[in-house]
Write a protein that binds this ligand. Structure first.
Ligand code: NAD
Ligand code: TYD
Length: 376
């Protein structure tokens, strides 16, 4: 069946993996990548699919209601997978307004345009879907009541040998929202708007909340690509606070597979948590990255440990994120495909093999190039 699907934020990290998966897996679909190309958007992430007949790129701001409404009509859009957002916590601490504008007002603008267009059709919401991608950070922070780690209650392919949980509570779909950073506050607000459009107007919406992603094409302001690049160039590794904060890491392609499954088979109005039961203290993860990069570059073991530099902690730094994704595993049969050490190995190799991509991103050259290409 032909579908006309807009994927917002498709030039970003996760979005580019979702676009690639959909374009390759569904040649009969019309996939429209809608992205403003902020500093985080990079069409070089999608070079391998840009010439496919079922792919189209549209440069647009999600806050531009009129243009999006027109696009919906022209393309007869019946599915929206919404990933476009400002996504970096540190930036949100410095510039919260941009986060409210894009994440809250941008999402609301898409919802309202979709509502007006879909309600104007004879079949209305039949066969339509508005799928909003969110984060586990909306749930707030979990306690680190087992700082040395305990046997986790669950295991998945993603969790490593000797894997631990650092507390006995997890984020469930029913966990009350309690966001702390301007980023998570804006994402929480957008999640509420999406649910409100279902509850008020009957729009067929779905929300998913995922843990930290890692893998190729992540902008190097985030921990994993930043540190791989810094280790390579023997630059300091700025560890916030004591490096004891815990994050639950999922390989980005496993998130993209979950999005595909939920878009097609998820129940309307439901929430699904996505994660790998794969908790890591930042400092332990950093040591794995150092070990992996040093081994691949032929450095002696421990060579780059001296780069670790403890710096002032992030304001309001959430102690621990850990997601319970058993609902998704039980109801839709999803599970991660990659063990964490394999994922890190693949990721490190990708960044080391794609230095040109990294250099373009860090120099801002790609941004200048697209400004030229799309000006006027
Ligand atoms: P990213 O920062 O790499 O990419 C965001 C993309 O959105 C970029 O291509 C950017 O150009 C685009 N964009 C930003 N503002 C826009 C606007 N006003 N109009 C149109 N496009 C705009 O982000 P990411 O890490 O790929 O995250 C994607 C989504 O997944 C976000 O909604 C984020 O909250 C969510 N998420 C991310 C993670 C993670 O670990 N990265 C985890 C869970 C959920
Ligand atoms: P990040 O990749 O920014 O993701 P998030 O804040 O959304 O979880 O950060 C992951 C963890 O790494 C987080 O606890 C903050 C920490 N961190 C550092 O210690 N140093 C850094 O330079 C960065 C970017 C992050």
């Amino acid at each position: 069946m032909r579908r006309n699907i807009v994927i917002t934020g498709g030039a970003g990290f996760i979005g580019s993996h979702v676009v690639r998966l959909f374009v390759n897996k569904y040649p009969e679909y019309n996939i429209i990548n809608l992205d403003k190309l902020t500093y985080a958007g990079n069409l070089a992430n999608l070079k391998d699919v840009e010439d496919k007949p079922n792919y189209k790129f549209v440069r647009m701001d999600i806050c531009d209601f009129e243009s999006f409404y027109q696009l919906m009509q022209e393309e007869k859009v019946d599915g929206i997978i919404h990933l476009a957002a400002e996504s970096h916590v540190d930036r949100s601490i410095k510039d919260p307004f941009t986060f409210a504008r894009t994440n809250v007002m941008g999402t609301l603008s898409l919802l309202q345009a979709a509502k007006l267009y879909w309600e104007s059709l004879p079949e209305k919401y039949e066969g339509k879907r508005f799928y909003h991608i969110s984060t586990d950070e909306v749930y707030g922070a979990l306690k680190m009541n087992h700082p040395e780690g305990i046997e986790p209650p669950f295991k998945t392919v993603a969790s490593s040998e000797g894997h631990k949980a650092y507390g006995d509570d997890f984020f469930y779909e029913t966990t009350k929202y309690n966001p702390h950073s301007p980023y998570s506050a804006a994402k929480a607000s957008s999640d509420h708007f999406v649910r409100a459009y279902h509850d008020t107007y009957g729009m067929p919406t779905i929300v998913t909340n995922c843990s930290n992603n890692y893998g190729p094409y992540q902008f190097p302001e985030k921990l994993i690509p930043l540190f791989i690049n810094n280790i390579r160039h023997r630059k300091p590794l700025p560890v916030y606070g004591k490096g004891e904060n815990v994050r639950d890491w999922l390989y980005v392609e496993d998130h993209a597979r979950a999005i595909d499954l939920i878009f097609h088979e998820g129940k309307v109005a439901e929430t699904y948590n996505i994660g790998g039961f794969n908790e890591w203290k930042n400092i332990d993860l950093i040591k794995v990255m150092i070990k992996t990069v040093d081994r691949i570059l032929g450095n002696p073991e421990g060579h780059s440990l001296d780069l670790i530099t403890y710096v002032t902690d992030r304001l309001g730094h959430d102690a621990r994120y850990a997601i319970d994704s058993s609902k998704l595993q039980k109801e839709l049969g999803w599970e991660p495909s990659l063990q964490f050490e394999e994922g890190i190995e693949k990721t490190v190799r990708w960044y080391l093999d794609n230095q040109e991509w990294m250099d373009n991103v860090t120099s801002g050259d790609y941004q200048k190039y697209y400004e030229e290409m799309y000006k006027g």
